[in-house]
Design a binder for this molecule. Structure first.
Ligand SMILES: Nc1ncnc2c1ncn2[C@@H]1O[C@H](COP(=O)(O)OP(=O)(O)O)[C@@H](O)[C@H]1O
Ligand SMILES: [Mg+2]
Length: 451
């Protein structure tokens, strides 16, 4: 303890101060100083060279990697890039109450069939965990729970029990004695995560860390940890819907932007092997403003219903409301429709919604959004067997997007017979597909073809 002290470092420019300041004197940004522990360098450290570590030739490193740990829950394993790597640190982030603890408990139950698992909860008592486990039908002899918030105690327990997998639920509740600040503050969260990372690499225990996404403030969110951990998974979804998407946004051991789809049920989160079918189950037909869009998340195509509604406004400033799509993208596309097709939205409120609480953030959903807007504006329904994808540019041109074959196959698999796609994509799609591809180059083409 004697050779460590507390410093305050500006998160913007790296300025170091011995005491907290409201404003960084160097870069003049407000409230950017964060407490950190600094270890005083002893003479030996400075001279250096004591480390056993030295450079090695890449070809001398053994190529066999440790086997990935599979849970048997397909969606989960896929999002992790094909299973969990021993000794990795995975951050599972999401809004409070979205189902992080539920999902982890289910995954742990599966993993504990072959591995030793320790679940540390700083939020719930063992009794509460038992109630949840009973609801989820989890009963496993090698799953240990530990209600503790002191990091040193947790690491002690890890040293004694040597579990293969450790879960910290949540990082915002644990704290280390080394820092004299409240649990949940940026410095506590980062220091604890850094120590866990060291433990993971040293003892080859795989660690899951739960992090609540919080509004900006004194409580540190998962953003503060993203650069530190190996993998970041976000569990997201609209709490009023039962769908949950598990998204990998960073992965040192696999592809990012993979998503897994789950449905929240009484007995926990259930995998949804064919989400498109479920998402389209309640789609109305013959209604204007409704269109089926195809978005590709990672390697998985997802068909969802996108709905648009325009109605005469009662306000001086018409409303633009969007759920599940980017509102800036909506404004941009409305401007293109006005300029290029002469559709006039100045006296119209515009609403766009993606059914099922899914978010369509790919530019490939532009064409679906514009088609839905045209359909509701002209009050002409679109054919119900049509799927739409493509990017729309500012000149009203329709641009090609990636994964077209994947999208076409998914649409065909679900019984759609037509797709409206960028011309450049249509030309390259295989002739063997049964689905009829209508290629368009501009929004004028769309208008001519469909309306
Ligand atoms: N008895 C229950 N029946 C069905 N769903 C429940 C029940 N209890 C809790 N849930 C669901 O579980 C969610 C809480 O999940 P939890 O894993 O505790 O979230 P997190 O850990 O992300 O804060 C609730 O929002 C609710 O949807
Ligand atoms: Mg929880």
């Amino acid at each position: 303890m004697a050779d460590q002290k507390t410093i305050y470092r500006c998160q913007q420019c790296g300025y170091v101060s011995p005491k907290w300041l409201g404003r960084c004197p160097e870069c003049r940004s407000w409230e950017s100083l964060v407490e950190e522990i600094a270890f005083r360098k002893t003479g030996k450290d400075i001279v250096g060279g004591s480390s056993q570590n030295c450079p090695v030739a890449l070809i001398d490193i053994p190529s066999e990697t440790e086997a990935r740990i599979l849970s048997g829950i397909g969606e989960w394993d896929r999002v992790l890039g094909g299973g969990l790597i021993p000794g990795s640190l995975v951050l599972v982030a999401g809004d409070p109450g979205i189902g992080k603890s539920t999902l982890l408990l289910q995954v742990l139950a599966r993993l504990s069939e072959e591995k030793q698992v320790l679940y540390v909860s700083g939020e719930e008592s063992p009794q509460q965990l038992k109630v949840r486990a009973m609801r989820l039908g989890v009963e496993s002899p090698s799953l240990y729970v530990y209600s503790e918030t002191l990091l040193e105690a947790v690491l002690d327990a890890v040293g004694k029990r040597t579990p293969d997998i450790l879960v910290i639920d949540s990082i915002q509740t644990v704290h280390t004695r080394a820092l004299d600040v409240a649990p949940g503050s940026v410095s506590q969260v980062r220091e604890c995560a850094a120590r866990l990372m060291r433990a993971a690499k040293e003892s080859r225990v795989s660690i899951f860390v739960v992090g609540h996404v919080t509004k900006e403030g004194s409580i540190a969110g998962p953003r503060a940890l993203e650069h530190l951990v190996d993998t970041v998974l976000y569990l997201e979804g609209d709490r009023t819907h039962t769908f949950r998407l598990l998204r990998a946004v960073k992965n040192r051991y696999g592809s990012t932007n993979e998503v897994g789809v789950f449905e929240m049920k009484e007995v926990g989160l259930e995998e949804v092997p064919n989400p498109s079918k479920l998402l389209l189950a309640e789609r109305p037909t013959g209604v204007s403003g409704s269109v089926v869009a195809c978005s590709v998340e990672g390697t998985r195509p997802l068909l969802v219903e996108l709905q648009a509604l325009v109605s005469a406004t009662g306000w001086l400033q018409p409303r633009r409301t969007s759920m599940g799509v980017d509102s800036n993208r909506l404004s941009l596309l409305l401007a293109v429709l006005e300029k290029k097709l002469g559709l006039n939205f100045t006296q119209q409120d515009v609403f766009v919604n993606v059914a099922g609480g899914v978010r369509l953030l790919e530019p490939a959903s532009d064409l679906a959004m514009t088609t839905a807007l045209m359909s509701t504006y002209l009050d002409r329904p679109l054919p119900s067997e049509l799927v739409v994808w493509g990017e729309v540019g500012l000149a009203g041109e329709v641009r090609g997007v990636g994964h077209s074959a994947l999208r076409a196959l998914e649409a065909q698999k679900l019984g759609f017979s037509k797709c409206l796609v960028p011309k450049s994509n249509a030309e390259r799609l295989s002739q063997e597909l049964e689905i009829e591809c209508m290629g368009v180059k501009s929004l004028q083409d769309v208008l001519k073809l469909l309306f």
